[in-house]
Write a protein that binds this ligand. Structure first.
Ligand code: SAM
Ligand code: SF4
Ligand code: SF4
Length: 370
């Protein structure tokens, strides 16, 4: 058997320190990348740790006791995250999603939420501030998150059947505690809640209909996500991807659906409504229908690297600037230059059969944030 490679936490993914252009104009909020895409959505990973071991994200064999997670000093502090977020907002970001790893494991996360919820767009509007969680400690934390200023929440849940769910999270975590978390979030006013279900053919696709029946009419929007080839550890195979078209067909056969028009540019989910008025579902077809053309998302990793695509192998070391002598204007200029040069469109290229360069190691989802 080949020796296991334990990556060095701080140097796991290649990063370059951004160049600071000297002649940049201040942020106008109208930044466009090389393909004309604006910068609107920032996903911030607040921890690379998680109490689940979902096989599609942090398989147990790799993420075991010997795995070196980032030391605390490597993580961006709340002040550094908020400073970076303020600069991104000046560049046009309107939505911030906290993620991870499991974001609710980051100590005192409510303090960060309070700091981010105080940010305003150049027009004085609050940001759309949300968070994605596995729901394991949500029942305890929902009210404090709401009180701190969180507006909405997305909960990941891959099965309703307890045995299937425990197998999916590979941490023997019971489904009833996540369902209690969803109820607590609803009661705290963190709705409309979205529930994300990653579908793996042959593993949890028998849960599609039970999940649809459970959430239909509840006000919670269930979204089915195609199992993606993120990272380099989940052993992804195309035959385990169940195309969203098949998810919709299976539900439609029992509970008729019709498609809705997209409401927001860059929306990742295709929306469908139950014909009888039982609410809506979404499907996120990252594999079978690339949506790179409208992709307006940037990702800030746990240790402050800026990634321009979920499938990138290389980040830009913003932490070096945040911890250096740079002014906000200089950091803004550096981010502006990086975004202007962005031409990433991995899913489109994958669909077109273009392979990634040899030797490039894609960033892991738990580190960059989903
Ligand atoms: N731990 C939190 C959670 O699970 O909600 C937040 C981080 S997790 C990386 C964010 C989202 O990415 C989750 O909804 C998860 O299901 C999804 N995800 C992780 N790996 C995936 C994969 N290989 N394909 C599709 N979605 C994936
Ligand atoms: Fe943890 Fe979320 Fe990844 Fe599952 S998907 S292992 S809950 S970070
Ligand atoms: Fe955006 Fe990259 Fe996903 Fe395309 S593959 S939608 S560019 S994150």
């Amino acid at each position: 058997m080949a020796d296991k490679v334990i990556p060095l936490a701080d140097h796991r993914y290649a990063a370059s320190v951004p160049r600071i252009p000297l002649d940049a104009a201040p942020p106008s909020g109208l930044l466009g990348d090389a393909l004309g895409r604006p910068l609107r959505d920032l996903r911030i990973s607040v921890t690379d740790r998680c109490n689940f071991r979902c096989s599609y994200c942090m398989p147990k064999e790799i993420f075991d006791k010997q795995y070196s997670f980032l030391p605390h000093a490597s993580l961006l502090s709340f002040e550094e995250i908020t400073r970076a977020a303020r600069i991104f907002v000046a560049h046009g970001v309107r939505k911030i999603r906290l993620t991870g790893g499991e974001p609710l494991l980051r100590k005192n996360l409510e303090v960060l939420i309070g700091m981010l919820s105080a940010l305003r767009t150049p027009d004085g509007a609050p940001l759309d501030l949300t968070l994605t969680t596995n729901g394991s400690v949500l029942a305890r934390k929902a009210q404090a998150l709401k009180d701190a200023g969180l507006q909405r929440i997305t909960v990941s849940l891959d099965a309703l059947d307890d045995t299937v769910f425990r197998r999916m999270n590979d941490a023997d975590f019971p489904v009833h505690e996540v369902l209690a978390g969803i109820d607590a979030a609803q009661a705290a006013g963190l709705g409309p809640i979205k529930v994300n279900m990653v579908v793996k053919r042959g593993t949890n696709d028998d849960q599609i209909l039970p999940m649809a029946r459970h959430f239909r009419g509840s006000g919670t929007v269930l979204r089915f996500i195609e199992y993606m080839d993120v990272g380099a550890t989940n052993g992804w195979r195309m035959d385990e991807v169940l195309p969203s078209s098949e998810v919709v067909a299976r539900i439609h056969a029992e509970l008729p659906l019709h498609e809705l028009e997209p409401t927001v540019l860059g929306e990742t989910a295709e929306r469908w409504r139950y014909t009888d008025g039982g609410g809506e579902i979404g499907v996120i077809s990252s594999v079978t229908q690339a949506f790179c053309a409208d992709c307006n998302r940037a990702r800030l990793s746990t240790e402050g690297k800026l990634f321009l695509c979920l499938f990138a192998s290389h980040g830009h070391d913003l932490r070096a600037l945040l911890r250096g002598e740079c002014s906000d204007a200089q950091i803004a200029a550096a981010i502006g230059l990086i975004w202007q040069q962005r031409a990433d469109r991995y899913s489109e290229l994958r669909s077109a059969g273009v392979a990634m360069a040899d030797g490039e190691r894609r960033v892991e989802m738990h580190y960059i944030g989903g």
